[in-house]
Design a protein around this ligand. Structure first.
Ligand code: ZN
Length: 462
């Protein structure tokens, strides 16, 4: 893991060195995805799509532009986003009769149409998702994959007959998050955000956060219970079994390319990024170790091994470039390929291949036991997950009084907003909220001294 002090500088450089994006595009906060980075993002999307399909969500794709009148239907929502919206006012030379906005998120676009789709209780639950670009005019300093103005966004939107069914959806969302982040080797914490920091228009919001090497948290996902806050202004109603009409209850689950930012940041080291095998475009790279006179023999063996690796379902690349092995090692470590295989004359003679995992474990595998590479990948994933989990756990501190600490802290809190905000101020941190699952607290509020039955989680964040 990268040192706390060096992290921001390292991150700034690594995203281009590993050929993930090009930051030279002339609009601030809008970077170009390079092929390797885009492939990674698409592999992350594939895992999301698999999870969505497993849980019976249907993929939709809504227009990028939203009419102003739709956007204005939910008062809190417009208040929350009005400063960040990009407007389209002209088409050619003509000023538009109604202004259009680039979606900052898609509630208002989807819900206007959901009100047409949903008629009866038999249409429910309606479970949809889309993976699209959204636009937010960020005023804080932009950072590749972490704070951008054109966002690669995943959003699931669901409608339910009642509050209880919507609550079951939220439980399912948290289970999806568990599986999804485990596949990406990313340990995370979930917290119910305090009321003053919930999503614009939500009844309550849950934030999913990871801890970066800088000891700042990064929100990588969020789940929202809307209750009927949107269904009422958007008239999303259904006819119940009793023939009466009711407003739906709604939820959303959102994630973005920040997930990739988290993978880069949490697993990276001085040599480059380190990819979990679930998303690595190349899981295994073969580097031939060539000596004069045996070139063809070594290359032939490399090609055979490549075929065998592919035949057990693992993506494999044979690096035939005219570069030294050392240069090749450098490139593939930078790009985070999980396992490197070296094959030279001595390996051929001994009927082995030499492997080095991206986290530095070197060993030989018998030539007739290529299948073992699968185990090695699993073990590698387990190690990088456990390392990140250890880091997260070591940096969560339970405090009994206000004191300067780094990482994530938890303090006894009575639940009052004024006390919560006072704790934020004194700690110079932002509230993440109350942890899920919540832990018993029988202390006194660190501000007012009254009975505190909650631990308020705080951190510095991105
Ligand atoms: Zn208090």
């Amino acid at each position: 893991m990268i040192d706390k002090e060096k992290f921001d500088e390292w991150y700034h450089e690594i995203v281009e060195k590993a050929e993930l994006c090009d930051k030279r595009y002339p609009i601030k906060g809008m970077n170009v995805w390079k092929p390797y980075g885009w492939k990674l993002m698409r592999n992350i999307d594939t895992i999301i799509r698999e999870e969505m399909e497993k849980t019976n969500h249907k993929e939709v794709y809504f227009p990028l532009l939203i009419p102003e009148s739709y956007f204005k239907k939910e008062a809190e929502h417009i208040k929350g986003f009005s400063e960040e919206v990009y407007w389209v006012t002209h088409a050619g030379k003509n000023e538009l009769e109604e202004k259009l906005l680039l979606r900052p998120t898609s509630e208002t676009a989807l819900y206007s149409i959901f009100s047409l789709w949903i008629r009866s209780h038999t249409d429910l639950p309606l479970k949809t998702f889309q993976i699209v670009n959204t636009f937010r005019y960020e005023t804080k300093m932009t950072k590749a994959f972490i704070r951008v103005r054109e966002i690669h966004f995943f959003e699931a939107h669901t409608c339910h007959t009642d509050f209880e069914d919507a609550e079951r959806q939220i439980k399912e969302d948290l289970e999806i998050a568990e599986r999804f982040f485990k596949k990406l080797c990313l340990p995370f914490i979930s917290s119910i955000r305090p009321d003053w920091d919930k999503f614009a228009g939500a009844y309550y919001s849950i934030g999913l956060d990871v801890l970066m090497p800088s000891l700042k948290t990064l929100q990588v996902g969020s789940v929202h219970q809307y209750k009927q806050n949107f269904s009422k202004p958007f008239e999303i109603k259904y006819e119940g079994v009793d023939g009466k009409h009711y407003y739906c209850h709604q939820t959303t689950y959102g994630m973005s390319e920040r997930v990739l930012g988290a993978i880069i940041g949490i697993h990276g080291d001085e040599r480059g990024i380190k990819l979990p095998s679930s998303i690595a475009p190349i899981k295994i790279v073969i580097v031939p170790i060539i000596f004069k006179g045996v070139e063809e023999k070594v290359m032939e063996e490399c090609r055979n091994v490549k075929k065998e690796i592919e035949s057990i379902g693992l993506s494999c690349h044979l690096d035939e470039r005219d570069k030294t092995p050392g240069n090749k090692f450098y490139d593939w470590e930078m790009k985070g390929v999980p396992i490197r295989v070296e094959i030279g004359p001595k390996d051929i003679e001994a009927h082995v291949i030499t492997i080095t995992t991206r986290d530095g474990i070197k060993k030989k595998i018998r030539r007739d036991e290529i299948e073992k590479l699968k185990e090695e990948l699993n073990e590698y994933d387990r190690r990088i997950y456990e390392k990140a989990e250890k880091f997260l756990k070591e940096n969560i501190h339970e405090l009994r009084e206000i004191e300067k600490r780094e990482g994530i802290v938890e303090l006894p809190w009575c639940g009052k907003e004024e006390c919560g905000k006072k704790i934020e101020e004194e700690m110079d941190m932002k509230s993440l909220g109350v942890g899920i699952p919540s832990r018993k607290c029988k202390e006194k509020c660190v501000v007012c001294g009254e009975k505190a039955d909650k631990w308020l989680r705080l951190s510095k964040n991105y």
